[in-house]
Design a protein around this ligand. Structure first.
Ligand code: SF4
Ligand code: SF4
Length: 115
């Protein structure tokens, strides 16, 4: 599954630079598939819909850091454990029960974004 950030977030920003997929954004910030990935042009999201990887997307959360589920691989392909959860001082980076993906799928997700 992907990782999500709960309302306990204190907006310290420690997690953002640790993410190998640039899947973490500050509240209110726009996000892009192309940020820190090789995605360029049209790209298929997890739900099959197409999106322009270079186009800024609306922020998912306004008042605290958030994770773009479509970009989170639980750090599979880069690290043994989720780096955001490792550095978060208040343990608010947790498993997202709404997005459960087998490790093989997470690796495929990583390859699609980074080659
Ligand atoms: S688990 Fe890894 S890939 Fe997912 S948001 Fe955290 S640091 Fe990024
Ligand atoms: S490390 Fe934890 S508390 Fe700090 S911004 Fe990230 S999720 Fe929020």
């Amino acid at each position: 599954m992907a990782i999500m950030i709960t309302e306990e977030c204190i907006n310290c920003g420690a997690c953002e630079p640790e993410c190998p997929n640039n899947a973490i954004y500050e509240g209110g910030a726009e996000w892009r598939f192309s940020d820190k990935t090789k995605v360029s042009g049209m790209f298929a999201k997890m739900d099959g819909t197409m999106i322009d990887g270079n186009t800024p997307q609306p922020p998912k959360v306004m008042d605290r850091y958030y994770i773009v589920t479509d970009k989170c691989t639980e750090c599979v392909g880069f690290h043994d454990e989720p780096q955001c959860a490792s550095v978060c001082p208040v343990d608010c980076c947790v498993d997202d029960p709404d997005f459960r993906e087998p490790k093989d799928d997470l690796m495929a997700k990583k390859v699609r974004m980074h080659g």
